[in-house]
Design a protein around this ligand. Structure first.
Ligand code: SF4
Length: 278
């Protein structure tokens, strides 16, 4: 009988999906999984570097799915309205559409596809990521095996991959200008990648001059956010949160180095996107 089953695993450039790829490689070495990354064209250089390391570990290339139209095309199509948590056209057009376009002919040809998604045991399965297409099945191996955030960190550490470098200053994967970033992450983007910050600023200026009500960060433009006194205030607020959180956390004797603080824990959970932030 022909093997009619295809296994796919989407990488976002973030820690959870990378750990899932490692986990599947280690626990199901005979499963022929196709790993893919949907490139929005607005990724941090650290993401490509990490994907390169991951390819070395997996011993196979990660398929790059490039959207047929880029961010600038869609921005014009949406009348220069920046994407926002309310109107998240970027994920739909730059992440989901290429994935669906890739799978569609395969599903139409009658192939069964299993997609492995890195929802952890400590997360709610909130987003409607259930398979809507006939022939597509979603599997959540971390949920099935009870692997939580600490488990993910252990998998990455033990594999020698560690975390992507941007976790030193940013809490999740995604576009350089993702509007889900907290203000402290914008400040750090300015420090780490001033050219990406400038690009985000210029998108904002064009959008505002075309009547878009959205700025990347809630309530202020990047021009305002980058003023020295604003940066200082954002840093002070962040430090207060860090001190408060550290005083609440029990030190873990097995992890003498404090693990990177989760921005979601510091600022309260924001909605994340499985295609971008896992
Ligand atoms: S990372 Fe953010 S800006 Fe990029 S596609 Fe996802 S939601 Fe949109």
């Amino acid at each position: 009988m022909l093997n009619n089953m295809k296994h796919v695993l989407g990488l976002s450039g973030g820690k959870d999906s990378a750990a899932l790829a490692v986990y599947m490689r280690q626990n199901y070495p005979d499963l022929d999984i196709e790993y893919f990354f949907t490139d929005t064209g607005k990724e941090l250089p650290e993401v490509y570097e990490f994907l390169g390391k991951l390819e070395g570990f997996l011993g196979k290339a990660i398929l790059r799915l490039n959207p047929d139209r880029d961010f600038d095309f869609w921005l014009k199509r949406y009348n220069d309205f920046l994407p926002s948590p309310q109107t998240r056209w970027c994920t739909r057009q730059l992440k989901l559409r290429p994935f669906e376009a890739w799978l569609k002919p395969l599903l139409q040809a009658g192939q069964q596809i299993v997609s492995y998604v890195a929802i952890r045991a400590d997360e709610e399965y909130r987003e409607g990521y259930t398979a809507t297409q006939k022939g597509l099945t979603i599997r959540l191996p971390f949920k099935e095996a009870g692997i939580d955030k600490a488990g993910v960190l252990e998998i990455l550490e033990a594999s020698g991959l560690g975390l992507p470098r941007y976790y030193a200053w940013r809490s999740r994967s995604g576009c350089t200008f993702c509007f889900f970033q907290q203000k402290i992450e914008w400040v750090r983007l300015l420090e780490q990648h001033p050219e990406a910050f400038e690009e985000a600023k210029s998108y904002e200026k064009t959008a505002l001059s075309h009547g878009s009500p959205f700025t990347w960060s809630l309530g202020e433009s990047l021009e305002e956010l980058a003023q020295p006194e604003r940066i200082a205030a954002i840093r002070v607020d962040h430090e207060r949160r860090v001190v408060r959180m550290r005083s609440r956390k029990q030190p873990n004797p097995l992890r003498p180095q404090p693990e990177p603080l989760d921005i979601d824990e510091l600022y309260g959970k924001t909605k994340v996107c499985l295609a971008c932030h896992k």
